[in-house]
Ligand binder design. Structure first.
Ligand code: DC
Length: 224
């Protein structure tokens, strides 16, 4: 199978980029943040206290996560409940950031991701795909970009929604989540040694897509 790993910081454009590349190159796309988010929704639903090792161990021992594509939309089902519509809620984002550092959670999600990669020519985006989940991926891209610009883009996307956070709140949340992603003990966010680093600060989406598609096509030509 041909596997592409895209990792990067919060709001660096991974999801949009992966979806567009997948369309152009006829690949499947997997958003792994959505899996952590689905698990976070279930955690919130159970109304458990803030996570710690003991709570997480119990929680994971009774956790069943499924991914289904319905009309090309990735659905996340946890213990039979479809959480797809709640994945982007702000409290989901915060809880996903709190539970994702735990090894038991990451092991569970890693198996799901590796199974997907073994069955599909695909592009998988997340934080540890090139370093930990798919160390043998044929292409590894790492997206970075200035935090204030990432926060501004996010603010413009959601500013007209009811109860949307301010720009300052978005920036603070983004910095906090970046810090947690890069400083956790298990599979922290960092570029793989063989990753191509792409800085989205001064590139628009179309430029990023074209740049990445060219890189991927040249690698595909060599291996397919
Ligand atoms: O990319 P995102 O914002 O949807 O990710 C949600 C959370 O999940 C975020 O706090 C980081 C975490 N995550 C992770 O730890 N590893 C991944 N491969 C993907 C996401």
């Amino acid at each position: 199978m041909f596997n592409i790993a895209i990792d990067g910081f919060v709001g660096s454009g991974k999801s949009t980029l992966s979806t567009e590349i997948a369309k152009r190159l006829n690949l499947k796309a997997l958003d792994t943040g959505a899996i952590y988010r689905g698990i976070a929704c279930y955690y919130l639903k159970l109304n458990l206290p803030n996570p710690n090792d003991e709570i997480i161990n119990k929680f994971v021992s009774n956790l069943n996560v499924e991914i289904k594509f319905v009309e090309n939309i990735q659905n996340v089902i946890v213990n039979g409940e479809n959480f797809t519509n709640m994945l982007r809620d702000e409290n989901t984002s915060m809880m996903a950031s709190l539970i994702s550092p735990y090894k038991m959670i990451r092991n569970k999600v890693r198996l799901l991701q590796q199974k997907f990669a073994s069955e599909n020519d695909c592009i998988i985006e997340g934080r540890d795909i090139g370093t930990d989940v798919l160390p043998n991926a044929q292409v590894k891209l790492f997206l970075t970009g200035n935090a204030t610009i990432r926060a501004k883009r996010r603010f413009l996307q959601i500013k007209d929604k009811p109860n949307s956070p301010t720009y300052e709140e978005i920036l603070e949340d983004l910095n906090l989540r970046d810090y947690r992603d890069t400083h956790r003990e298990v599979a922290p966010l960092k570029p793989a040694k063989d990753a191509i680093i792409i800085d989205s600060t001064n590139m628009n989406l179309e430029e990023m897509i074209n740049y990445c598609v060219d890189i991927i096509k040249s690698k595909m030509g060599k291996t397919k």
